[in-house]
Design a protein around this ligand. Structure first.
Ligand SMILES: NC(=O)C1=CN([C@@H]2O[C@H](COP(=O)(O)OP(=O)(O)OC[C@H]3O[C@@H](n4cnc5c(N)ncnc54)[C@H](OP(=O)(O)O)[C@@H]3O)[C@@H](O)[C@H]2O)C=CC1
Ligand SMILES: O=C(O)CCC(=O)C(=O)O
Length: 434
């Protein structure tokens, strides 16, 4: 039975939902609330979907190179798994919080639904500073965290992947540790692993490639050709560096890139393969890159460019940055880069924002392909992976665009409506009785 429901009237609940007041979980909730209102979401489903299904926390003891034991906080949040096993990356960073991981897990739920892959949403985090840890310390941390999560992870339960500061090597250690405990090789327990261990061709580039695909789709909507467009990219890691490279290959002029050391701007366009090579030889950092002018990350976000790709972390496009922004199109490579208060400003300015849960879904899409290949024991060519990725991202872009038009709303809310309605329908069909 359809249920008329005012999401602002929390009196319908017997118990208040434990909604975090701080960003970024609150950022996720503000958009979710609008979608719930449009969909007239059943209040019981609303209450269920605004909480994580399960939260796991662990203290991870690691013998450091000094011989001393240091204990790290490890988190895994499963937001939802009605569509399938939960899926989502693991982030290593000193400022990881439970609120952040809860938000990232919920975004995974909506993202998987938007691109129509049969996964729920999860995310993991370990509070650590990988830049100050040796490879041996990182390996011991990863193996102990995986052992602690042995009953959580699993090819049919919960499947981790890379996120900020985690990579193919860390996924390989997860695969090995999980397999040691299960007494058999379980390569489908993790995605984003090396191709030699059952990883997929194209997974490394998948998120940036998806960003490129939806950028071209957005430019087409506003009748702009890539070769007439300038681009600025915040963050030069897995997502940002590949997005910059592929957008340049499509004819865009990439005028600025950045990392934690700041932005690097060249009005004539940067040579992205040369920048990538520089970073490789410079310990992973853009610091002291000389073929560009040094600017701040704030200056990069407000540059006079056609396309801005935030591909670093959450809460970068604040209200005041949005007021100063000049980009015509924003394509969110990062999760949660725009705070809700900035949404209204960007909408009023007529900026076309391709939201995170659509724009960066190329990663989880190819992770799904990787999981399918592992389970089949049959591996696809790069050409096949890229062709299917392009089709998935284009279909998702069109679905979101049409939904946004139908409800006369932004692409962000359109994407939430697509994602939340799919999960709610699965929940309705499955039922919630124990
Ligand atoms: N990897 C994936 O497949 C996916 C990632 N994402 C999201 O994309 C974003 C980036 O992830 P990913 O590329 O994997 O991460 P990486 O760790 O590979 O790269 C992160 C990049 O962001 C930079 N960065 C970090 N903090 C800041 C800051 N405050 N200001 C400017 N730059 C900063 C880093 O700089 P430095 O190296 O100097 O620290 C680095 O260049 C995250 O939001 C992640 O959740 C989304 C979907 C999939
Ligand atoms: O590839 C995956 O499974 C998840 C990637 C991820 O963490 C994300 O999309 O934010």
């Amino acid at each position: 039975m359809p249920f008329k429901f005012d999401v602002h009237d929390r009196s319908v609940y017997r118990e208040p939902a434990p909604i975090d007041q701080d960003s970024p979980f609150q950022s996720m909730m503000e958009r979710f609330d609008i979608a719930a209102e449009i969909l007239e979401l059943n209040p019981g489903f609303y209450e269920y979907l605004c909480r994580p299904a399960r939260v796991f926390m662990t203290s991870v003891p690691v013998v450091m190179d000094t011989g001393h034991v240091k204990v790290f906080d490890g988190i895994r949040v499963i937001h939802n798994n009605v569509l399938g096993p939960s899926k989502g990356g693991i982030r290593y960073a000193p400022d990881v919080t439970l609120s952040e991981v809860k938000a990232l897990a919920a975004w995974m739920t909506w993202k998987c639904a938007v691109v129509d892959v049969p996964f729920g949403g999860a995310k993991g985090g370990v509070v650590c500073n990988p830049s100050e840890m040796s490879p041996g310390e990182l390996e011991r941390l990863t193996r102990r965290y995986t052992s602690d999560m042995f009953n959580v992870f699993g090819p049919d339960r919960d499947i981790p992947a890379p996120d900020m500061n985690t990579n193919e090597q860390i996924m390989a250690w997860i695969l090995d540790t999980y397999s040691m405990h299960s007494r058999r090789t379980e390569n489908a327990v993790v995605t984003g692993k090396p191709v030699a261990l059952g990883g997929s061709e194209g997974r490394h580039e998948a998120t940036g490639r998806g960003v490129m695909t939806v950028t071209l789709a957005a430019l087409e909507q506003i009748d702009r050709s890539p070769s007439d467009c300038t681009v600025a990219v915040q963050g030069f890691g897995n997502v940002g560096s590949v997005a910059a490279q592929l957008l340049q290959e499509q004819g865009c002029t990439v005028v600025a890139v950045s990392d934690v050391t700041g932005g690097y701007y060249n009005a004539d366009g940067l040579d992205i393969p040369a920048v990538q090579q520089y970073v490789k030889e410079n310990g992973g950092s853009l610091e002291d890159y000389t073929e560009a002018t040094h600017i701040t990350n704030e200056e990069l976000l407000t540059l006079d460019v056609d396309v801005l790709v935030p591909a670093a972390k959450e809460d970068q496009i604040t209200k005041s940055i949005a007021e100063d922004m000049q980009a015509r199109v924003v394509v969110e490579g990062a999760n949660g880069p725009t705070v809700p208060a900035a949404d209204d400003i960007l909408n009023e300015k007529g900026v076309l924002v391709v939201p995170d849960i659509l724009a960066n879904a190329g990663g989880v899409t190819v992770s799904y392909f990787e999981w399918v290949q592992d389970r089949q024991g049959y591996f696809w060519s790069l050409k096949r992976v890229n062709k299917r990725l392009k089709r998935t991202m284009t279909d998702a872009f069109n679905r979101v665009y049409e939904t946004a038009e139908k409800h006369d709303t932004s692409l962000r809310i359109g994407a939430y409506v697509v994602g939340v309605s799919k999960v709610a329908e699965a929940l309705r069909l499955r039922g919630i009785y124990a």
